[in-house]
Design a protein around this ligand. Structure first.
Ligand code: GLP
Length: 243
């Protein structure tokens, strides 16, 4: 892992967007892996600026989101379909037809997950995957206990994750879905490059566990330690427990 500690979350986002631009620039059919949540928001803001200034060409980019709530209407403002559209597709100028999000309203969740895996393969695999990290060490929605070989599938959300994400649902944990669809850890690890961003003291423990704790399913992000190309971008608070 290459680990960079920046003075601020904004600076980490700026560095992350440069990594994305570099990774995609030479690819004839670039494929970008998207994360939602607050961690990558500065990275997306910086990519949107690059796009507006023609330093990044979004038109040929195919994108795959990591995860989606299950049973939430895709039109709900907090579905990841809506979030990706609002915070990524439109500001960056991506072609909406090339942006893929798991269908949280799918009748057959297993078939939806299998089709998603096939679509990623058909696109040539992910060139660079943007990741955040949950306070419990999850990546995507792969909660502790997820197999490092797991593929895209249906998952039950941890109580901790639902509490953390209640802020997106007016603070009402009862409104946060109980289940989700998520790319597996095995799926995520097939991305050729990974850039993980974390900021704030709330992530310090998870970041420390990812970087210097024992590798295992108790902390899904430790699966990244054996990936050949991972860039970890932290602000000072998120790095505060790293030796
Ligand atoms: C969320 C998402 C993840 C995200 C993580 C951290 O629930 N499913 O993809 O990386 O948990 O979220 P945040 O960046 O908002 O802290």
């Amino acid at each position: 892992m290459e680990i960079i500690v920046e003075d601020s979350a904004e600076a980490a986002g700026e560095t992350g967007s440069r990594a994305v631009i570099d990774a995609l620039a030479s690819r004839p059919d670039p494929v970008l892996g998207l994360a939602t949540g607050s961690s990558p928001e500065h990275l997306y803001a910086s990519l949107a600026r690059a796009s507006a200034e023609a330093r990044f060409d979004p038109r040929r980019v195919t994108a795959f989101a990591l995860d989606e709530y299950l049973g939430l209407d895709p039109a709900h403002p907090q579905s990841y379909r809506s979030v990706v559209d609002r915070e990524v597709t439109r500001p960056l100028g991506l072609d909406p037809a090339r942006v893929h999000v798991l269908d949280g309203g799918a009748r057959n969740a297993d078939a939806e997950c299998r089709a998603y895996e096939r679509a990623i393969q058909a696109a040539g695999g992910v060139d660079i995957q943007i990741l955040g990290i949950g306070a419990n060490g999850h990546i995507g929605f792969n909660e502790p206990g997820s197999s490092f070989q797991s593929r895209t599938r249906r998952q039950r959300l941890d109580e901790r994750t639902r509490r953390d994400n209640a802020r997106f649902f007016g603070g009402r944990i009862e409104d946060v879905p109980q289940e989700c669809l998520t790319q597996g850890i095995g799926t995520i690890r097939e991305a050729r490059q990974i850039v993980l961003v974390a900021s704030g003291a709330g992530k310090a423990e998870a970041v420390s566990a990812m970087i210097q704790g024992p590798v295992g399913e108790h902390c899904p992000a430790t699966a990244l330690r054996s990936h050949p190309s991972v860039l970890v971008l932290l602000d000072r608070e998120a790095a505060s427990q790293v030796r």
